[in-house]
Design a protein around this ligand. Structure first.
Ligand SMILES: Cc1ncc(COP(=O)(O)O)c(C=O)c1O
Length: 488
């Protein structure tokens, strides 16, 4: 029985518009989960049911829920001054944040920070900076971009255009012209090196071939995530980004790293670029910048790029956002970064990420439907296959909704996603206790065991799981509540 008043039910059923969501599912408002409270990696719904949030909201609550320190910083800033126009004045929390980001980012000395309200705007801003920069250098024809297939970079029209997800892009044509796409460095299924003993550089050769085909003088920028989310925590070979950097330098193309997910500890360092030993030209951030306590993003640009926008009135970047550098969001970000540093959460992500991977391997290495377990830091995915030998993707009608539902019933929120091949994605707060990781792994293994029974594979349970009680069979395809539908 729902504890929500009837007015809330009807507001959910009739007035609420969730994102990338089938609205029909809101009609059954009485059974809708409404999340009302959080503490560290745990969240509670309106009926007091507890879950482990193994997705950190949407890859963003890096410092965990319920941080009094961030609440206090936000409250103090609202009392001091709630809003300052970024078109006219700097504000103190945003200035402090810009200096901190400039110090941390692998962008050489004194990069500049252009603040936005979120990730799509950060990507949009980075693309506009790149295009206007190229024009200012005299390369007005450098208008094209290169990004990767199946990548997600946001939903505003520029960011959408560099997305590589057909389902997300297709309804909005014409998109920004000139967006070109290349293969993802996805060794598990890479056409170029899947069967080779080592990476053959096929993916970066493809980028170079595309540049030659289009004409180097037409390309403004390449944009990529250090570890690609869509498709399931796709980690490229170690030299991939150094090769991309070298290609960018050779052809005068700007390298943009979209670190909306990977920055602020998600893959074990302040910035994912550092992990791959590469210095891009522009970095986009959002999500973990405030750990989701306030909406905020940014595009960080190397000094040599930002300097081009100094000088005359006509030199300025023709771009702005009312809420860019919002002082309250910046105060939240400053408090959040202080927590990440003080509690060593970058290192913890690395350590707990290794533990999570190890436990997943222990529990699932013998499962016939788990083809690959991959990731970096606390950014991990399991790829589901018909069987390990053929690697045929496990495409079953409504499987994703069923998995989300089964996991949620057992108190774990994570994401089942089949925008590329079917995967389960895990990305908990960096503060998640070890016992919660154990519980997540047990629940995931239990649900995958049940799934294996339904799809007719013969899963052998790892010894630690033999104690799991037998589950009531539920038909695959009967998704009660597919909770995580978002396309990003
Ligand atoms: C890599 C990446 N870039 C950009 C975005 C867009 O961010 P936002 O949803 O804050 O606009 C996302 C969102 O998930 C993302 O994962």
């Amino acid at each position: 029985m729902s504890t929500m008043p009837p007015a809330t039910h009807s507001a959910i059923a009739e007035n609420t518009w969730l994102h990338f969501y089938q609205m029909d599912q809101l009609q059954d408002a009485a059974n809708q989960t409404v999340i009302v409270r959080g503490d560290n990696a745990r969240i509670w719904d309106q009926n007091g049911r507890e879950y482990i949030d193994a997705l950190a909201g949407l890859f963003c609550v890096n410092a965990g829920y319920g941080r009094q320190e961030i609440a206090d910083a936000v409250c103090a800033q609202i009392q001091q001054i709630a809003y300052v126009s970024p078109f006219s004045f700097p504000n103190l929390p945003a200035v402090e944040l810009a200096a901190r980001l400039a110090e941390l980012a692998p962008l050489g000395s004194s990069p500049r920070v252009f603040f936005t309200s979120g990730g799509s705007e950060a990507v949009e801003s980075a693309l506009k900076i790149a295009k206007q920069y190229q024009r200012k250098l005299g390369f007005a024809n450098r208008t094209k971009t290169i990004s990767r297939r199946y990548a997600y970079h946001g939903t505003t029209m520029g960011a959408l255009s560099v997305n590589g997800l057909p389902g997300v892009r297709n309804q909005f044509a014409p998109l920004v012209p000139g967006a070109r796409h290349v293969s993802i460095p996805y060794r598990y299924r890479c056409n170029a090196c899947q069967l080779a003993t080592a990476c053959t550089r096929g993916c970066t050769d493809e980028i170079e071939a595309l540049i030659e085909f289009e004409g180097p003088e037409t390309i403004a920028a390449i944009i990529m995530e250090p570890v690609q989310n869509s498709g399931g925590a796709i980690v490229p070979p170690p030299d991939y980004y150094r090769n991309v950097r070298e290609i960018c330098d050779r052809y005068g193309i700007l390298m943009i790293m979209d670190e909306v997910i990977t920055a602020f500890g998600r893959i074990g360092a302040w910035f994912g670029s550092e992990v791959f030993g590469v210095e891009p030209d522009i970095i986009t951030v959002a999500k973990g910048l405030t750990s989701g306590y306030m909406p905020m993003g940014a595009a960080l640009a190397r000094k040599e790029i930002a300097d081009v926008f100094g000088g005359d009135e006509s030199d300025k970047l023709m771009h702005g956002l009312t809420f860019g550098g919002h002082p309250v969001a910046a105060a939240a970000a400053n408090a959040n970064l202080a927590i990440i540093e003080r509690e060593g959460l970058n290192g913890r992500s690395h350590e707990m990420g290794n533990y999570l991977m190890q436990q997943l391997h222990l529990a699932l290495d013998t499962h016939p439907n788990v083809g690959d377990i991959r990731g970096m830091g606390l950014f991990v995915a399991l790829e589901l296959v018909r069987d390990r030998q053929s690697k045929e993707p496990l495409q079953e009608e409504r499987l994703m909704g069923w998995l989300s539902d089964q996991l949620k019933r057992r108190g774990v929120i994570c994401r089942a996603d089949d925008r590329l091949d079917p995967v389960i994605q895990l990305s908990p707060p960096l503060t998640i206790p070890r016992e919660d990781i154990d519980e997540v792994v047990n629940v995931v293994a239990e649900v995958l065991h049940l799934m294996g029974q339904h799809v007719g594979s013969i899963p052998k349970l790892a010894p630690s799981l033999t104690a799991v009680p037998k589950l009531a069979a539920t038909a695959v395809g009967k998704s009660e509540t597919a909770i995580v539908h978002a396309a990003n």
